[in-house]
Design a protein around this ligand. Sequence first.
Ligand SMILES: Cc1cc2nc3c(=O)[nH]c(=O)nc-3n(C[C@H](O)[C@H](O)[C@H](O)COP(=O)(O)O)c2cc1C
Length: 149
Amino acid sequence: MYTFEIIVGTTLGSAEYVADHLVEKLVEQGFKTNIHLDPKLTDLPINKNNPWIICTATHGAGDFPENILPFTQQLEQNSPDLSNVKYSVIALGSKSYDQFCNAGHMIDRQLAKLKAEKVAITLEICTLETPIPEDMIDIWYPEWSQNWL
Ligand SMILES: Cc1cc2nc3c(=O)[nH]c(=O)nc-3n(C[C@H](O)[C@H](O)[C@H](O)COP(=O)(O)O)c2cc1C
């Protein structure tokens, strides 16, 4: 049985609401979860039983939120072998910005480079189109969970 490591990148709180809603769904299905609001590479298990879900907004001009930036730097500096890690990305952003959901796409590329195994295409949530972004989880979760769990 998996324990999901949910790594949140947020400035204004929406990505945290999305992560909390996802936790409810996973717990309903009997999974354990750990939410990382101040993610550190040393706190994250690297093995097959702990898939990582990155749930991150984009801020600045296509940048990472400050709370997740150090984690991405730790990935860059330590280059861990993540071939035993399965992952998914949930990217929040707004289509009113040029670099839509760029933070989610940047960490996706980083994890892929470190040989982590992506189990689903990135869920992009535009907060202009979906003012209550956690509603997208209700739509996305059934297919996501059925496809690989
Ligand atoms: C100052 C600022 C800069 C932003 N820059 C981007 C951006 O470059 N690309 C993007 O897709 N969304 C951008 N956004 C939209 C946020 O990613 C979106 O509102 C998201 O839902 C915020 O999530 P949070 O509440 O978890 O921080 C920006 C929002 C703000 C306030």
